[in-house]
Write a protein that binds this ligand. Structure first.
Ligand SMILES: [Zn+2]
Length: 50
């Protein structure tokens, strides 16, 4: 099952939604591509989007 999570880029602060099939609550941060920064950055996991 895929669920949306809200994540925030630690470099620029932009919030985006990431659809993943695993439980992100076990993570404190995530290395992910930021479209605003144009590169992979660390993201904070905020909360489930729904
Ligand atoms: Zn960013």
């Amino acid at each position: 099952m895929v669920s949306p999570w809200r994540i925030r880029c630690r470099d620029c602060g932009s919030v985006s939604v990431l659809n993943v099939s695993y439980d992100l609550s076990e993570f404190t941060r995530l290395y992910h591509y930021c479209r605003v920064c144009g590169k992979n950055t660390y993201h904070e996991i905020i909360e489930p989007s729904e």
